[in-house]
Design a protein around this ligand. Structure first.
Ligand code: SF4
Length: 241
């Protein structure tokens, strides 16, 4: 895996929260498409899709994060990992190792971390000698169908592995989250959202969102009604727990 260096790392995202991306590129290669890839491509940081799928580690990430937090007048409550790459990239232990070191570093300033991944969450996150119980760990999950995953998230962790690793963290007392977005319409795949929800009913938080940036969604005539129904289903499921 290649190393690169950056001049800065910590930034406030357009969504209002603080975030770091300590890897350039992402081997998961999602084809929804991946908004991070499109941005990197337009800014000349990823010439091709294959280039994007060959990640590089930001070698000076720890140094940058420590310096940037020290300089902040008002420190955030939480820092998110990551918005434009995956903190637990499947098949890349170097990424996981660096992510764990960065979480430990951020936590040492009294700042919580939230993570979101399509990889495999490591059990080390539950190590209370290393990490406080205030961090939140989440997975993205929009289907249980492996054919769908291979087509749309070809390099990401198989669903069973993804859910299993998160469930393990839950059993060890970590706060967990499942992000069901971008959820596909039935013209892409027919599936039962309730079944998916039942598979992750252990999670402390579940978020649901549609697939808003692919023209195939609009080809499904009742897509607005479909999303309303699915969103209601999620709300009913959550309030019945
Ligand atoms: S996991 Fe996230 S960053 Fe990586 S390719 Fe998929 S959408 Fe893009």
């Amino acid at each position: 895996m290649n190393d690169i260096t950056r001049k800065s790392l910590l930034y406030k995202s357009g969504r209002g929260f603080w975030c770091i991306n300590h890897v350039q590129g992402c081997s998961h290669g999602c084809l929804y498409p991946c908004y991070a890839y499109m941005m990197a491509h337009s800014r000349g940081r990823a010439e091709t899709y294959n280039h994007w799928c060959t990640p590089s580690l930001v070698a000076n990430a720890g140094e940058l994060v420590a310096r940037e937090i020290e300089r902040m007048k008002t420190r955030p409550d939480t820092i998110h990992l990551c918005l434009t790459t995956d903190p637990f990239m499947y098949g890349y232990p170097q990424v996981t190792e660096m992510t764990l070191r960065l979480i430990e570093l951020i936590n040492s300033f009294g700042i919580r971390c939230s993570t979101l991944s399509k990889g495999r969450m490591p059990a080390e996150l539950a190590d209370r000698d290393r990490f406080p119980g205030t961090n939140t760990h989440g997975i993205s999950l929009v289907s249980l169908n492996e054919e769908f995953r291979k087509k749309w998230e070809p390099g990401a962790a198989p669903y069973r592995e993804r859910i299993g690793a998160l469930r393990e963290l839950h059993y060890y007392g970590c706060r967990t989250l499942v992000h069901i977005e971008p959820y596909p319409t039935p013209n892409i795949i027919k599936q039962d959202l309730l079944k998916l929800l039942e598979n992750v009913d252990f999670a402390d938080e579940v978020w649901f969102g549609g697939w808003n940036y692919n023209s195939r969604i609009k080809e499904y005539k009742d897509h607005k009604e479909f999303y309303r129904e699915q969103s209601d289903l999620v709300s009913r499921f959550l309030s019945s727990r």
